[in-house]
Design a protein around this ligand. Structure first.
Ligand SMILES: NC(=O)c1ccc[n+]([C@@H]2O[C@H](COP(=O)([O-])OP(=O)(O)OC[C@H]3O[C@@H](n4cnc5c(N)ncnc54)[C@H](O)[C@@H]3O)[C@@H](O)[C@H]2O)c1
Length: 344
């Protein structure tokens, strides 16, 4: 590592901005220098909180030589367009989830990184939680045996008020509903654990909100090698319940509820079971992401982008990696519309 301090800028000073700002401030070789929002009040308040300079014009922030990396934290449908603008200005780009809402936009963003020789990365903070890192390493080391089945259930709740802000639940800016905005955290984990999805059969409907996208999505998956999987995500579960993710192999089972371990049963190890495990996290609170574990994981993922720049390699959570969850979710929508399975 060099002794360079990387200058960061944020675009979008809403709910997720404090988590990124806090993570950047904890990295020794990173400094938050600029924040940009079309809403001047939001930009000024965020800048004052974190000692950065406020901007309402992205081009003006991108003209600064002291900013190397820009984190895109706007409504999801704007990520690729703004990311490409940043990459074309020579800045490295980190998008919050989802990296964007269409595969065409994501591919254009990845191409802009290659064209400008800058890194394109994403943050999916759940991958950085110790329990999920442990599960991933057990799977990779074969300690669960041959993996047979995995599922992700995200029975969350969002109010009508949440969906009345002009972008949540819209096709144009959210790109979908419960699956692409909320459940993506756990869908990304499931794909990370289970591998490539080959076939999907899904349903996506608005059952309890007056929105143009889904508040209820369900899908049956077949992964490479024939493994089965189920995804179920909603934002209309009464009061919201903790998300659950489970993986089953020939030598072990694991169940995580609300990001807490609920069951660990692996050959040769002591069995652990805690039926009451599980925080509600973002179950009913849209601001549930601003938690200590989320900040620590953002520190790891943003730190990896700096290391990738220094080492001339791709970030671990690069554009192609972040594209995978979006591809699966868009396939659920397509299957729901056509009534046919989607083969990937
Ligand atoms: N990782 C997580 O846990 C997590 C949690 C919440 C949101 N998110 C993601 O973060 C993104 C933003 O969500 P949010 O809840 O913070 O939204 P938000 O509505 O609270 O904030 C978005 C901000 O972007 C600004 N904005 C809109 N268009 C802009 C533009 N062209 N240039 C500059 N600023 C612009 C708005 O004025 C607003 O202040 C979404 O993609 C969402 O999926 C991630």
């Amino acid at each position: 590592m060099s002794d360079k301090t990387y200058g960061f800028g944020l675009v979008g000073c809403g709910v997720i901005a404090p988590t990124h700002a806090e993570a950047i401030m904890r990295l020794e070789n990173a400094e938050l220098r600029g924040v940009c929002d079309l809403n001047e009040e939001a930009a000024t308040a965020c800048a004052a909180e974190y000692g950065a300079q406020p901007h309402t014009d992205l081009a003006e922030m991108l003209a600064r030589d002291d900013i190397d990396v820009v984190n895109i934290l706007t409504p999801s449908g704007l990520h690729a367009r703004l990311g490409i603008q940043c990459a074309d200005a020579g800045k490295h780009v980190i998008c919050t989830k989802p990296i964007d809402i269409t595969l065409e936009n994501i591919d254009a963003l990845i191409a802009s990184g290659e064209r400008n020789n800058v890194r394109i990365a994403a943050t999916h903070q759940n991958r950085g939680y110790p329990i999920y890192e442990k599960i991933k390493s057990y799977i990779d080391d074969g300690k669960f045996g041959e993996i047979l089945y995995g599922s992700a259930f995200v029975p969350w709740y969002r109010s009508d008020e949440y969906y009345s802000d002009g972008w949540h639940g819209t096709k144009k800016l959210d790109g979908g509903g419960a699956l692409i905005n909320q459940s993506i955290h756990y869908i990304d984990l499931l794909i990370w654990f289970m591998g490539r999805v080959e076939r999907i059969y899904g349903f996506a409907d608005a059952l309890a909100h007056d929105i143009e996208t889904e508040d209820m999505g369900s899908a049956v998956l077949k992964f490479e090698g024939g493994k089965h999987g189920i995804i179920q995500g909603s934002t209309c579960t009464y009061n919201g319940m903790p998300a659950r993710i489970e993986v089953h192999g020939t030598k072990g089972n694991v169940l995580v509820v609300g990001d807490d371990l609920a069951l660990w049963d692996v050959e040769g190890e002591e069995r652990f079971e805690d039926a009451l495990a599980g925080r509600k996290g973002g179950a009913a609170d849209p601001k549930g992401g601003m938690q200590e574990n989320a900040i620590v994981s953002h520190v790891k993922q943003i730190g990896d982008v700096i290391a990738a720049i220094e080492e001339g390699r791709e970030p671990v959570l690069n554009g192609r990696e972040a594209r995978r969850a979006v591809e699966v979710i868009l396939s659920v929508y397509k299957s729901s519309e056509t009534g046919q399975p989607v083969v990937l």
